[in-house]
Design a protein. Structure first.
Length: 203
């Protein structure tokens, strides 16, 4: 998924978060649901990013959290293209697109106040689609990420936001069509410094 057009709005939301930041306290709700703020761009941008995510989390301890993540996205460019001149360049687009669906697990650990790291592991079912919208093939991807961020409680700890930055890595891709693989061959199977901003509700 390409976030170039959304980085500035995301950073604006991040800067506002400091106004509401609170330290995580004992006794807060054990369960929460959350999603990525980038889901909102499905409403406000054209073309829509076609990205959806829903997380269910459980506080194992005050500092340890287990999260189940359901996610789907569509992307038209190899995920490994770094920021720079080639990012979102139509010359490097697939001859179609890839749609992925996955349900994964994440482990989040808090170190001090709201500072945290999260390790995500998500097996993804992939659909390779050509420019006419026809399915070419299907495959599997193992998508992983390491995320660093800060947890801000809002409105008496009922809501929260988590601005973050991630490094992503996908060691396994299967059944990649030749013309898709040709577009990927010059790029790594990782992406550095992907911004994130999760919104959540505690129960």
């Amino acid at each position: 998924m390409k976030l170039k057009k959304w980085i500035i709005p995301g950073l604006m939301l991040l800067s506002l978060s400091g106004v509401f930041g609170q330290e995580k306290e004992e006794g807060e709700s054990q369960f929460f649901i959350s999603t990525s703020a980038f889901v909102l761009f499905n409403i406000f941008t054209d073309p829509a990013p076609d990205f959806y995510q829903l997380n269910l989390g459980y506080h194992l301890t005050e500092k340890d959290v287990l999260i189940v993540e359901a996610i789907t996205w569509r992307f038209d460019y190899p995920l490994g293209i770094p920021y720079g001149d080639h990012f979102d360049d139509p010359d490097y687009a697939y001859p179609g697109f890839i749609r992925e669906f996955g349900v994964g697990l994440a482990y989040q650990h808090f170190y001090w106040k709201g500072f945290f790291s999260t390790i995500h592991v998500t097996p993804m079912y992939r659909r390779y689609v050509d420019q006419q919208g026809d399915l070419i093939d299907a495959g599997f991807q193992l998508f992983t990420s390491l995320r660093l961020g800060y947890h801000f409680n809002l409105l008496e700890d009922r809501f929260f936001i988590e601005p973050s930055m991630a490094c992503t890595y996908w060691p396994i891709n299967t059944n990649v069509p030749e013309d898709f693989a040709a577009m990927e061959k010059d790029w790594p199977n990782y992406f550095l410094f992907e911004p994130g901003l999760n919104l959540g509700i505690n129960f």
